[in-house]
Structure formats: C-alpha cells, structure tokens
Design a protein around this ligand. Structure first.
Ligand code: ARG
Length: 542
C-alpha cells in the first residue's frame, strides 16, 4: 500500500493497490517457510507460514537448546550501570527497581552474546564522608578495632552525624577538613582513607544482603574509582574549548538547556556530573563499551541528557545516531513506586523501608500461603523454603517489570502474590503444571526430543507453535528498546496460549501424545528462559 501511494501518480501498469499486492504475491520466491499466500482487501498480502517448517524450527530448538533462538545484536560489549545506592544513605525502593531492571537488561544482553560489564556505581565519594568520618572518630575512638556490627545501623549513624554537623560549628569545620584530607590522600594507610574504607564496608554488607536474596551479580565501581581520572578528562574538555567560567564554577553550556552543566564547583570540588562524565569517558575509551545503559528513576533524566550532550560536544559519542548508531548511551528512566495509600512507598512502622525487610516479608507471605495449602506436610523444609523464596522474590521482581517502566506503580503484596491475573505466582503455577503433565505421562522427554516429531494440525497447536516462534524477536525488541514489560507480556500470552491448547487438545493418552508432549516441553523450555531473563527462579511443583 505504501508502494501504491508512490506509484499512483506515475503512469505505471498498476491500477490499484491490490494489483501491486497481486504482483508481489506472484513474484514471491518459493520458500519452505510458506504454506500459501493470498491478496486480501485493498492489497494486504497474507502469508500463511508452513506448519511443517514451524514444527521443524521448534524441534530443532528442543534438540539444540534455546540458545539457538538468541537474538543477534550489533554490539560486542555493553556496560549496564544499575542499582548504585549511596553509602550510609538509605537504599530505597528506587534502588530496588534499578537493581531488578538492570539485572534483566544485563541478562537479556548476555543471552544475546553481548559481553556485559555489570557496574554498581555506588555513591561513595560525596562530601557526606567528612561528617561521617569525624563522627566515627568521636563516637568510636578505637574504631579500627571495633567490628562493623558495633557501629551498627549506618542510616541512624548518618542522621546523628548530620545533627552534629548542623549544631556544632567546631565539628562542622573538622568535618570539612576531613573531606579535604580524604580526597587529597591516595595513601591507603592514611587515617581518613581507612575510616572511609570502614564506612563503605558497613554499607556494602547491607547492600549485599539485598543482592544475595535477589541473586543479582554486580561489580562495585563506585564514584571514587573515577576520581583519579577526573582532572585529566576535564583538561581534555578544556583543550577542546568546551569549559567556561561561570560565577566561580566551571561549566559546559548545552544547547537547548537553560542551565549549564557544572563540572567543577565554585569551591573547586568535583560533583556528580564530573564523576559521570569521567566514568563515561572511561567506559568508552578504556573499557571500549559500545552501549552504556544507566538505570535510574526519571528524576535524573535532565542530568543524563546533559552529560550525554557534553559527550557529543567532546566527540566521544557520534552526533547523528542514524548515520552512526554506536557507541551509544541510554538512560533507562522509571517512575516512582507508591504504597497502597498512594503516597511514596514506606512501611507502617517507619518512614524508611529496609529493602531486606521488604523482601523477607514477600517470602514470608508466600510461605504462609504454601503452608495453608498443606505443603508443609508434603514437602521437606528445604523445598518449602526454596519455593517460598522463588515465589516471593519472583513476585516482587515481576510486579516491577511487567508495567511500562515509565508508569508509576503501586507496591501491593496482595496483588503481586495473587495467583490470579498477570502475576509471577500465576505464571510459576502454569509452568509447574506443564512439568507435572510431562512427569505424569511417564515418558522420557529427552529421548522424545531426539526421536519424536511435532505436528501442528489443530488450530490451538498451531497458535501455540506460532507464539513459541516469536520468542527471539520479542527478546530482541525488549532488549533494544529496553522494555522488560514486552517480555512479561509475551510470557503471559504464552501461558494463555498454552491453556487454550491444553483445554482443547488431549495430551496424555491421545494418538498425538508424543507430538503434544514435545509442545508441552517446548513451552516449558521457553517459559524457563523467560523466567531466567527476568531473574525469576522457576519452580517445578507448587
Ligand atoms: N547513586 C545515584 C543515586 O542513588 C545513582 C547513580 C546512577 N549511576 C550513575 N552513573 N549516575 O541516585
């Protein structure tokens, strides 16, 4: 039809869109993929895929593994900058969202054969360290010997040191001096360095508890890592004439923005932007990443737009993405998480939610449900615990991933742990049910995979087969557009397609048992891959 709009003005032999459609149909080359073609309505060319070809593709995947359905991307190496909480400050639900989403992007890219550098860009270099260090010296004179546990809750520690900072001028001065001493020293045995290391370690233990529960793999490369490179990188920008003086600060003007990007503060200190510019330089030039992905809440959009624009001005990134798509940067922005009271998310007991408590509660609730269903009597304690964990954490992750990331969403245990609707629980059930069908058939699927044939005669067999075949393109779309909800939607529709098939096509005991068992197995394999890409642990019985 778009050809028609171009040809109609010229005197061509085609008198209507359908004539063009017919010409396309007549000239399509023979292909084993195609069963039949037809021209419909105002020129639609309908192509019916061959069911033999579809069956062959699925069988091939079962024989060789789902890896053969991995998308191919034009990227060799990518950085995913995610989670990235701040030392001694609260690790909040926004960081949880970043952790869950970032992990999914990393998994999708890894599956697509991209080498992924998973980076935790923790805020470990701010001016807050002066006050924290001074407070540590004051409260724990023997701080080098005391264990991390003794110092305890760093958020409370932060609050108290802030209070001292605001109330006591003398303390304030010492704290400011401490920042200078810390940032000026590269000696690992320096007292300030050591105190800083200790404080970072305490925070790290808290973060680690979250990462362990979620089974998220991350390499810490905090702000401090880039500090030694900042001066040199800024010098390079200055040599390119990009840096101007503005009210004592050094800034880069960005076209279309009312305010410039401050890269050196008026007191001579570096800031968030100095670090991010340097980190970007490092990732492009030293790590040679072709795609750099940042996962933070939408509030930081302006910051990243400005940093990316500055990198374009510096010639680190191509100007025109259409002419030269790589290297490229993407800011994956997401919306705020609300509590069921529609305010910013928090628990009943306090203003802040410890993420560990939040995750533990999800697990506990799913365990209680399993016990209510009598599983405690049937299963070993280990099975019960592992399943509760898979379901509880899986529910939190899936609730985070299934919505378009830009929409704000409401955190509700009841909704995410429901076994109805588009939830992880429902999908995990669907998977477990398929596994039980296969188990109960008593057939050896591994053997079937090698010897059996799939036949897609029934409409619902065909529908399921077609959906299975769309897996690779969906992963590619979710990955290139950085939209995990696309994969969630696919997974949900897969289980719907399976239900239809299972309702209308008898599996065990039918003439077509072998073929249908293979379709069950292919569905289970694809579902498991989806779970894996979403960071959810599949379960085999529920
Ligand atoms: N630490 C920041 C925060 O908590 C997020 C860092 C994101 N990554 C980056 N390269 N700026 O808001």
């Amino acid at each position: 039809m778009s050809l028609w709009s171009r040809l109609k003005r010229k005197s061509s032999k085609f008198k209507s869109p359908s004539a063009i459609g017919q010409a396309i149909k007549d000239n399509l080359p023979e292909s084993e993929m195609i069963e039949s073609t037809s021209v419909a309505g105002p020129g639609f060319v309908n192509i019916v895929l061959s069911k033999e070809w579809m069956a062959k593709c699925i069988q091939n995947m079962l024989k060789k593994g789902i890896k053969i359905w991995a998308p191919r991307l034009n990227v060799q190496r990518a950085v995913v900058d995610f989670s990235s909480p701040n030392i001694a400050k609260e690790m909040h639900v926004g960081h949880l969202r970043s952790t869950i989403m970032g992990d999914t992007f990393a998994r999708m890219l890894e599956f697509s054969n991209v080498e992924v550098l998973r980076r935790n860009h923790v805020g470990d270099w701010g001016t807050q360290f002066g006050m924290l260090i001074e407070y540590l010296f004051e409260e724990f004179p023997n701080w080098e010997e005391v264990g991390e546990q003794a110092i305890g809750d760093l958020q409370a520690f932060y609050k108290k040191s802030k209070q001292r900072f605001d109330e006591d001028l003398d303390f304030k001065e010492r704290a400011q001096q401490a920042v200078v001493s810390l940032q000026g020293s590269e000696d690992e045995n320096d007292m300030y360095r050591k105190a800083w290391t200790k404080i970072c370690e305490i925070s790290r233990m808290e973060f680690q508890q979250v990462y362990e529960r979620l089974k998220v793999d991350l390499e810490e490369r905090g702000e401090s890592f880039y500090n030694p490179y900042i001066a040199e990188v800024l010098k390079g920008l200055e040599n390119k004439g990009l840096i101007e003086k503005n009210q004592g600060a050094q800034v880069i003007s960005i076209k279309g923005k009312d305010i410039p990007l401050i890269v050196v503060k008026s007191d001579g200190g570096y800031n968030y932007a100095s670090t991010d510019l340097t980190a970007l330089w490092y990732r492009l030039n030293i790590e040679e990443a072709e795609w750099i992905i940042y996962v933070t809440d939408a509030g930081q959009q302006m910051h990243f737009e400005m940093v990316f624009s500055a990198a374009k001005l510096a010639g680190w990134l191509p100007d025109d993405e259409k002419l030269c798509p790589y290297p490229k940067t993407s800011h994956v922005a997401f919306g705020v998480v609300h509590g069921t009271d529609h305010k910013r998310f928090r628990t009943r007991s306090s203003d802040v939610v410890r993420l560990v408590d939040l995750l533990d509660e999800a697990k506990l609730r799913s365990k209680l449900t399993l016990e209510e269903r009598g599983r405690a009597a049937e299963w070993s304690e280990k099975d019960l615990d592992e399943t509760a964990e898979a379901v509880g954490y899986g529910a939190v992750k899936y609730a985070d991933l299934k919505n378009n990331r830009l929409t704000e969403y409401t955190f509700s245990y009841d909704r995410m742990l429901s076994d109805k609707g588009n939830t992880a629980v429902y999908l995990l059930y669907a998977h477990a049910r398929i596994c039980s069908v296969i188990r109960k058939s008593g057939r050896d699927v591994e053997e079937l995979k090698m010897a059996g044939t799939i036949v897609l005669d029934h409409v619902d067999e065909r529908g399921l087969g077609l959906h299975l075949l769309q897996f690779a393109e969906v992963v590619e779309e979710a990955c290139t557009n950085l939209l995990p909800n696309v994969l969630c939607e696919y997974l949900y529709n897969l289980s719907e397609n399976f239900t239809k098939f299972y309702t209308n096509c008898q599996v065990v005991g039918s003439e077509k048992e072998s073929s249908r068992l293979l379709l069950c197995e292919a569905t289970a394999v694809v579902m498991r891959k989806c779970f894996h890409l979403l960071g959810i642990e599949p379960v085999y019985k529920l």
